[in-house]
Design a protein around this ligand. Sequence first.
Ligand code: GLA
Length: 420
Amino acid sequence: MKLWSGELWLSYELALRPLTLVFWGILGARALDNGLARTPTMGWLHWERFVCNLDCQEEPDSCISEQLFMQMAELMVSDGWKDAGYEYLCIDDCWMAPERDSQGRLQADPKRFPGGIRHLANYVHSKGLKLGIYADVGNKTCAGFPGSFGYYDIDAQTFADWGVDLLKFDGCYCDSVKSLVNGYKYMSLALNRTGRSIVYSCEWPLYLRPFHKPNYTDIQQYCNHWRNFDDVYDSWGSIKNILSWTTTNQKEIVDVAGPGGWNDPDMLVIGNFGLSWDQQVTQMALWAIMAAPLLMSNDLRQISPQAKALLQDKDVIAINQDPLGKQGYYLRTENSIEVWERPLSNLSWAVAVRNLKEIGGPCSYTIKVASLGLGVACNPGCFVTQLLPQKIKLGFHEWTSTLKTQINPSGTVLLRLEQA
Ligand code: GLA
């Protein structure tokens, strides 16, 4: 494609910029109005790393117990996670006793959570953190514990009484599409009626998609974030699948995200076993571009300094948490190099350049800055900083100039462009 001359483009852009902003404003998500998740939720969620380990006899340090969450709460504060923005400490499946109590309320497993959830919530709050919990819209949770179907009001009130701050609501064992959709909506309203601020994390589109095209306008009016795709695993294949699902479906999901409602590509698995360093960089960079909730699932008691520094990288987190709240998107692929970009506040842009090759050494890739950010990211000039894999100030660039990057196989270079 032939590019317009700089001058012509500049006058076109200056004339249209206010219109573009109005257009975004109109399209902009009118998300669940509970005042929460104005930027993507940040925290820790036990599932990917600790799954459904019930065996506290044999594995006391990794079973799902109050001890695990108390230890993570301490570390979130003492090791800088809270200061970096990770605030929600979230329990996933397998916290419950197999039966409800005599009044129909959910109860925590008495052996593994002897103090109960209210006690754990108090502890977590005393550390300045928030507590997340898990339940299921159907008859059972995915791991077979009591489901909330028929108990939505009781469960919402129980969570509020306990002082819970986030609910992850799963979608297993629902007997019809209708009860899935109605259940997700009902629980949103039930949480609201408790009067407590509870972030509502859904899996509605993931469970609906095999039967029905999800209606995202509906979903974002009820949920603060929603899972679209399969569970993340501690493997590169899993991260690649999530990214390729996102690029394939971006027309449907990107515009609907905004303050109060986010697409959730699932947990960060950085700091575990399955990803190389470059692959961890790719997950962090792309989760920032996608405005994804940053819910780590790892063992904060044993995490490498390198993974910790990546997860706590202030500049990358600032991209993820950018107040404009526009989700980034995939732009193009050239010679196995994929380019993504995300509009940020103050007319800045984030750009991720990902090397899809898994053979050979680092690849060079040169970008025309005029091709970024709808042609306006660096118009008439910008300051460029590479944030990942290392922070390097790349200095002033003109609209007509090019940017040289070098990207490791399966790695990503994350850049920030600020208007000069
Ligand atoms: C589903 C969810 C996961 C996790 C498990 C728990 O698979 O998608 O994120 O919550 O259930 O059983």
